[in-house]
Design a protein around this ligand. Structure first.
Ligand SMILES: Cc1ncc(COP(=O)(O)O)c(C=O)c1O
Length: 458
């Protein structure tokens, strides 16, 4: 039995949850068009849809809310957040945004032109969406290890440097306004990127004079993996490791709903003054004045405290330990997941679990539906529905290499017994796996189709 590291906190406030009956779950799922995003949260028992904005704030964060300064310009809350962001991330400029995709939108609106190409290890869906919405083409240049779900590699989020260099030469530097990397790699299992890889990526982008932007959503979790796994970093603090990671880049997009342990917020940061000025104009038109960026002053204070707490070792030890516990218990029971377990989520390999369902019949989507109907658990498909698309040039349906179901673990919310319940539910599904049949899409929008698509059983 894997070890469960006890929570480094005790519970002071509770939020009731309830498992509704099987018949009610079936009716709710039908009403939702077999898309878990359309379920009413009252009808969900264990909600692992996302770790984004779903964390429990600490007593210090709640206290900080009361200190919020709601001045339109130059608020104390802004300056408190700025001091923390300057210390951890160290970029010359930053602007708050209401969440990560707002930062991505500004980044793409200022820098991406139709026909541009944006490399990364793996873009997340909103990043891809924002690049495509401006006529750009995202490219995922992760190391091939990432596609072998059962292979245990310490830094499975690493960019393949040879692929990156070849890509830059093929596409042409003038078509690449900036390059990215996502830490940790959410779309590929929440896997970390090593400092060595970040350094190599940084050097490659520098050589071609391409600005390097880090998608920093889970920077603290990535830093802790580096501390645990990369020689030379065992005695450094997560803060020192984070500072070193960001010193290699020219800017960052951030969703504070992840490693800000806040319910809303994000930022865009950069070193280049011209980029900053253009981004600031976009921010003012779409988000708000640069000292609040679409957030309330109190949100900025909650984020400032969250950024400090997320770097504490007892928190990170428990956080990674909890996810590892869920992953290793599932493996013990023969449920195929991306190995080794990442930090914020466990990803089930639906193509393996439901090997009798062909990929175009959506095994991952089938599993999310099965998890809800069997146990009232909400997880999310990040495979064929989330990343499949019709190529605008060829008209061809492009299927991603992996068909995964992500169980994201909200920060400081669920306990060991909740995770044990999740394991039991998946064991029940696995035992009768051959009884499940696939689904087909009956409605889909052009971009980010998984949020609103509708399905029917085949
Ligand atoms: C890696 C990554 N980038 C960007 C985003 C977008 O952030 P937000 O949901 O705050 O818009 C997410 C959210 O899940 C993410 O995981």
């Amino acid at each position: 039995m894997p070890k469960y590291i006890p929570e480094p906190f005790r519970i002071k406030m509770i939020e009731p949850i309830r498992l509704i009956g099987k018949k009610e779950r079936e009716a709710a799922m039908k009403r939702a068009g077999y898309n878990v995003f359309k379920l009413h949260s009252d009808n969900v028992y264990i909600d692992l849809l996302t770790d984004s904005g779903t964390g429990a704030m600490s007593q210090n964060q709640w206290a900080a809310l009361m200190q919020g300064d709601e001045s339109y310009a130059g608020a104390r809350s802004y300056h408190r957040l700025k001091a923390v962001i300057d210390e951890i991330f160290g970029f010359k400029y930053f602007m708050p945004t209401h969440q990560g995709r707002a930062a991505e939108n500004i980044l793409a609106s200022v820098l991406v032109k139709p026909g541009d190409h944006i490399p990364s290890n793996m873009h997340f869906d909103t990043t891809e969406g924002n690049i495509r919405a401006r006529g750009g083409k995202p490219a995922n240049l992760i190391h091939d290890d990432a596609y072998d779900t059962a292979k245990r590699v310490d830094f499975k989020g690493n960019m393949d440097i040879d692929k990156l260099r070849q890509y830059i030469q093929e596409v042409g530097v003038d078509k690449i306004p900036f390059g990215m990397i996502t830490i940790t790699n959410n779309a590929g299992g929440g896997q970390p990127v090593s400092m060595e890889n970040l350094r190599q990526v940084s050097e490659a982008y520098k050589e071609y004079e391409t600005p390097f932007i880090i998608d920093a959503c889970r920077f603290a979790e990535n830093a802790y993996f580096i501390k645990l796994r990369e020689p030379g970093y065992e005695n450094k603090t997560p803060l020192e490791i984070s500072q070193e990671m960001f010193s290699l880049a020219d800017g960052a997009t951030m969703s504070a709903k992840k490693d800000g342990i806040a319910n809303i917020g994000g930022f865009l940061a950069m070193n280049d003054e011209t980029f900053y000025e253009k981004a600031r104009n976009e921010l003012i038109i779409r988000e708000g004045f640069p000292t609040y960026g679409g957030l309330a002053g109190r949100d900025l204070d909650a984020i400032a405290v969250g950024f400090k707490e997320v770097l504490e070792v007892p928190y990170l030890e428990y956080r990674l330990g909890q996810t590892n516990y869920l992953g290793e218990r599932l493996l013990e029971k023969g449920i195929p997941i991306i190995e080794p377990p990442g930090a914020h989520a466990i990803y089930i390999d639906a193509l393996k679990l439901f090997s009798h369902i062909p990929q175009h019949e959506l095994p991952g989507q089938t599993l999310t539906i099965a998890m809800y109907l069997t146990g009232g658990i909400r997880a999310v498909e990040i495979g064929t529905v989330a990343f499949g698309y019709v190529d605008p040039d060829s008209g061809e349906e492009i299927l991603p290499k992996l068909d995964l179901v992500r169980m994201a673990i909200p920060r400081r919310v669920y306990t060991q017994s909740h995770l044990d319940y999740v394991v039991d539910t998946l064991v029940e599904i696995s035992k009768k796996r051959k009884e499940f049949r696939g689904y087909r899409i009956t409605y889909q929008p052009k971009l980010l189709r998984h949020f609103t698509a509708q399905f029917e059983p085949i």
